[in-house]
Design a protein around this ligand. Structure first.
Ligand code: NAD
Length: 252
């Protein structure tokens, strides 16, 4: 059966775990060839192996998205290996310090801003020229509900995720007419290793659940479906949009 993404090539950062892995698997499920980026070799290799085991094509490239050179290398790797780049999901991220602003360490601030925000700029800077060469593409950036509202003790994370929304809108304004749609997703709390520490404490877990009117936390696959939809022709008039996938978190 022909897939929606046959002949297309996708790149995912942070593709070795959680939401990035689920999205890499769905890109491949729908026919795309996938470049899996991650800083952790075992995670990226496992995602690529799962795609190959299911009959798809994938390759991994290890590196740190806080490095502009690595973000460029991911694009070069996609073009060299598969001939083009159609989709990019700038997803890699970390949580950082859990401390009030005055106690938030400079080290954590710089790290979170580099990995969660600057990486998206580095990524798009490399991805856009490659996509323009083949007539366009689709970029999805990873924000959060915390790209719209605050969360105490998370200054770096909240600032970075708000910044990703602004970067996305700017690129959409600049490149939509040239065939590149750029959008940003805003998940609520999703059950991945990123929040496993918060899940350990039952009271904290219950508090997090209570913030989602739907009455539970989300699954990585529920975010991945939105990302692949945004890349598909079904979303052909969607650009510059922040789309929550949050079980109703942002209703209040
Ligand atoms: P995860 O920890 O399961 O996956 C993150 C992946 O990014 C890991 O494989 C990790 O190795 C990789 N990574 C971390 N730093 C990197 C770096 N410097 N360079 C390259 N790769 C790096 O977490 P997840 O929940 O799947 O998170 C993915 C994205 O979703 C993050 O940007 C996160 O902020 C965002 N997000 C997560 C939630 C949630 O509740 N889980 C909610 C909203 C947004």
């Amino acid at each position: 059966m022909a897939g929606l993404f046959d002949g297309k090539v996708a790149l995912v950062t942070g593709g070795g775990s959680g939401i990035g892995r689920a999205t890499a698997l769905f890109y491949a499920r729908d026919g795309a060839k996938v470049v899996v980026g991650d800083i952790v070799q075992t995670g990226a290799d496992e995602t690529a192996a799962r795609i190959q085991a299911a009959g798809g094509q994938a390759t991994s490239l290890i590196g740190d998205v806080a490095s502009p050179e690595y973000c460029q290398a991911l694009v070069d790797h996609a073009v060299k290996t598969f001939g083009r780049l159609d989709f990019a999901f700038n997803n890699a991220g970390i949580s950082g310090d859990q401390k009030p602003t005055a106690d938030y360490s400079l080290e954590s601030w710089n790290k979170v801003i580099s990995i969660n925000l600057s990486s998206v700029f580095y990524g798009m800077r490399a991805q856009i020229p490659a996509m323009l060469k083949t007539g366009g593409g689709s970029i999805v950036n990873m924000s959060s509900i915390l790209g719209q509202v605050a969360f105490a003790s998370s200054a770096g994370y909240v600032a970075a995720k708000h910044g990703v929304v602004g970067l996305t809108k700017t690129a959409a304004l600049e490149y939509s007419a040239q065939g590149i749609r750029v959008n940003v997703v805003g998940p609520g709390f999703i059950k991945t290793p990123l929040i496993s520490a918060l899940e350990q404490n039952q009271d904290t877990y219950n508090m997090l659940v209570s913030l989602h009117p739907i009455g539970r936390l989300g699954e990585a696959e529920e975010v991945a479906e939105l990302v692949v939809w945004l890349c598909s022709p079904k979303a052909s008039f969607v650009s510059g949009a922040y789309i929550p996938v949050d079980g109703g978190y942002l209703t209040r």
